[in-house]
Ligand binder design. Structure first.
Ligand SMILES: *Cc1c(COP(=O)(O)O)cnc(C)c1O
Length: 368
């Protein structure tokens, strides 16, 4: 059996409905912004239970534009985590600010207990990454942010549909940022991103800022970026929004099955603690395991495309050298980078494939 990490082949086995939508778009000639993007933004905001959504070029730009629109730049520090995809740290640096890293907790997310020690007089904001479709301890982080007068930006690129006590992601930050990258839970046929916010004023500013600050074709009210969500991608995204519930529910179903299957494996396979009040939407399925590299090879030999997210923490990347971090600065993050493994988890896995992954992992530890 072969269990693929990517689901694109299965998801788009019949591309006809999407191509029909694109044909209809071509006949209108509305290739930048306009009705297709507005329609998608409206539907996306509704799905997120947020009043405003602004489509942008990609998830990284969603973060960058959010940072810049809050007036954060050179001389400022922004706190985030290092066991991530590079995008949040990169966006902070591209805005001219300095990324500052906090270690993570047992759920692979920002440890609120270590947050205050990272705050300096230059700190302006915190980017919380809802890693894997889990939700950070936002009440604790928001209380610290409030005490120190810091802004919050939520990186929700993994977490569409996730919530805490029924409160959707995006509720704590000035903005929340989503990616529509082909391998994110809600995807399109290329790059795309969305910023959601509760603030009408911020939504209006961001709508201008992603489009050169143009109020009309001829009048600029602020200098800005060219980071529009492409109309073709908005059309694809709008069709896929119809699958959002199926995608989320099937991912949760498989995630819970994995959780239950590995619950008795102790330190060989450690399932992270799961808070019952979190709706975790399982972007990836990450475990902390013994003999990680051997397990990875064993799974690959068995045709299971497991991966590591991520093998090199951001603070130890060559690109982060100028920040002055050294090994040992973020002990949990660094230990995780040696012990974590991501099993394939997506809405197009069959029950048989899920059972095969479970059996293969268990047999590696002789826990048949
Ligand atoms: C994918 C991702 C991004 C960036 O999204 P792009 O659309 O690829 O730019 C940002 N943050 C996290 C946590 C991501 O996984």
């Amino acid at each position: 059996m072969r269990v693929p990490f990517s689901y694109l082949e299965r998801q788009f086995a019949d591309p006809e409905p999407y191509l029909e939508d694109i044909r209809a778009l071509v006949s209108t000639g509305t290739f930048t912004l306009g009705e297709p993007v507005e329609r998608f933004e409206k539907h996306f905001a509704a799905l997120c239970q947020m009043p405003h959504a602004v489509g942008v070029g990609n998830g990284t730009d969603a973060l960058l534009l959010s940072i810049e629109i809050l007036g954060i730049g050179p001389g400022d520090e922004v706190i985030t985590t290092a066991n991530q995809f590079i995008a949040p740290a990169g966006a902070i640096a591209c805005a001219g600010a300095r990324p500052v890293f906090v270690d993570c907790d047992e759920e692979y997310m920002m440890d609120p207990g270590k947050l205050e020690a990272a705050i300096t007089p230059r700190t302006k904001a915190i980017i919380t990454v809802h890693h894997n479709g889990n939700v950070c301890d936002m009440p604790a982080i928001a209380a610290i942010a409030k005490k120190h007068g810091l802004r919050i930006i939520e990186d929700a690129c993994h977490a569409i549909g996730a919530s805490l006590d029924g409160v959707p992601v995006g509720s704590w930050g000035e903005t929340a940022c989503f990616s529509l990258h082909p391998l994110k839970n809600l995807n399109v046929w290329g790059d795309g991103g969305v910023i959601v916010t509760r603030s009408k004023e911020l939504a209006q500013k961001l709508s201008l800022y992603r489009n050169h600050g143009l109020k009309t074709r001829d009048e600029v009210v602020m200098f800005g970026h060219n980071s529009r969500l492409h109309s073709v991608q908005a059309v694809i995204g709008d069709r896929l929004l119809g699958q959002a519930e199926f995608i989320t529910n099937r991912r949760i179903e498989i995630g819970k099955r994995f959780d239950a299957a590995f619950a008795d494996m102790g330190e060989d396979v450690r399932v992270p603690p799961r808070r019952p009040n979190v709706k975790h939407v399982y972007f990836q399925y990450i475990l902390r395991v013994r003999r990680r590299d051997e397990l990875l090879a064993f799974l690959h030999d068995a045709g299971i495309e497991a991966k590591i997210h991520y093998p090199i923490p951001i603070h130890l990347q060559e690109g982060a050298k100028y920040l002055g971090y050294k090994p040992g600065d973020l002990p949990v993050t660094e230990e995780d980078s040696r012990r974590i493994i991501s099993l394939p988890l997506h809405q197009h896995l069959t029950d048989d494939e899920v059972a095969y992954v479970i059996d293969t992992v268990r047999s590696f530890y002789h826990a048949a």
